[in-house]
Design a protein around this ligand. Structure first.
Ligand code: ASP
Length: 337
């Protein structure tokens, strides 16, 4: 009997040492968000959800890279609209908002969708009205900087933009446009390329000290998007995904392309099938690359033990930020091969 209980104790110690959590990881070098999430997740009474919501909120406040939160990425009408997502991998309850105007703390609203409704995803004016009911302040998200950016775009004949196969020729003129045949004289395939300057998302994944896994995202999307556009970031399985006992993933990049391949879901399914985080990340990226060899994007993936990796395409290297006992707060880079 004594021998058996010794074995159980040894086994517990061994598994505790193998598990590298609590841990938080987020896309890009947004390490102030990582630091906040890491501070929260070390408290035994706070959860992975708390860490992600509070960590991403830092980026919303600090306008990380100008691509998260207010004042960045104006749309064609100079408005700023936010997308955000939160996933509880313990319950598989999810809250998301898309194309939401006039509310700064998008991930906070996503959490209310998760906690205070039976819905999963609210968009547009409905999301703003819901947020106000939940106590959020209704305020403009535009700034001098976003207005200047928009004015410059407008005076540059609305270039670049996201229109294809319309007239007048969208590669040379502003709208309003009307549809035309793909191969007509006006047909064109659009000219808006994603690069490291015109978009980004904070996508964060975390495991708390109870082993519960969560994932979330927040972004102001793509610069000069067509009003009403929702990107990949708030879409479960695309922008992020998390399942207790399996792992979590979060993606960033050309959302209009990436959402067609659900890279975060693909990565989690690969983990479920026994792949390492590195292989799972690479396979998710490869699925997209098959159709879009030059697409711009990256993904971070972590298994339920807290082992993590990243993969990317269309840039030299992809930075991501980690908070853990092993590394403290550290930005790592993965080369895109
Ligand atoms: N995926 C985001 C979007 O398309 C942008 C980004 O993460 O870079 O809205």
């Amino acid at each position: 009997m004594k021998f058996i209980s010794l074995l159980v104790t040894l086994n517990l110690i061994f598994s505790a040492e193998c598990n590298k959590y609590p841990i938080v990881i987020n896309t890009w070098g947004f390490s102030s968000a990582t630091a906040k999430a890491w501070e929260i997740i070390q408290k035994t009474d706070r959860t992975a959800i708390d860490a992600i919501v509070d960590g991403c909120a830092i980026c919303e406040r600090e306008q990380c890279d100008g691509t998260v939160g207010f004042g960045g990425s104006p749309d064609e009408k100079s408005d700023v609209a936010l997308d955000a997502l939160i996933i509880d991998g313990k319950t598989m309850n999810i809250g998301a908002v898309g194309s939401m105007r006039n509310i700064k703390n998008a991930i906070g609203v996503a959490r209310h969708v998760l906690e205070n409704t039976q819905h999963t995803f609210l968009v547009g004016d409905g999301a703003t009205e819901f947020a106000v009911q939940m106590g959020f302040k209704n305020e403009s998200l535009t700034t001098q900087q976003s207005n200047d950016m928009w004015k410059q775009w407008k005076s540059n004949r609305c270039q670049p933009n996201f229109w294809t196969n319309v007239q007048p020729d969208s590669t040379r003129f502003c709208g309003p446009y009307e549809p035309t045949m793909a191969n007509s004289v006006y047909g064109n395939m659009g000219n808006n390329e994603f690069n490291s300057q015109n978009h980004d998302t904070i996508g964060m994944i975390a495991i708390d000290s109870d082993g519960n896994i969560a994932a979330g995202t927040s972004t102001n999307g793509a610069r000069f998007k067509i009003p009403g556009r929702v990107g990949d970031s708030p879409i479960p399985g695309s922008g992020a995904y998390a399942v207790n006992g399996v792992g979590a993933a979060a993606a960033t990049g050309d959302g209009d392309v990436m959402m067609r391949f659900l890279p975060s879901f693909v990565a989690i399914e690969n983990l479920r099938n026994g792949k390492t985080p590195k292989k799972a990340a690479q396979l998710a990226i490869e699925r997209i690359r098959e159709f879009h060899p030059k697409f711009f994007g990256g993904i971070v993936v972590m298994n339920h033990n807290g082992e993590y990796a990243a993969a990317c395409n269309g840039m030299d290297k992809f930075p991501f930020s980690i908070g853990s006992k092993d590394v403290g707060i550290r930005v790592e880079y993965v080369p895109c091969t």
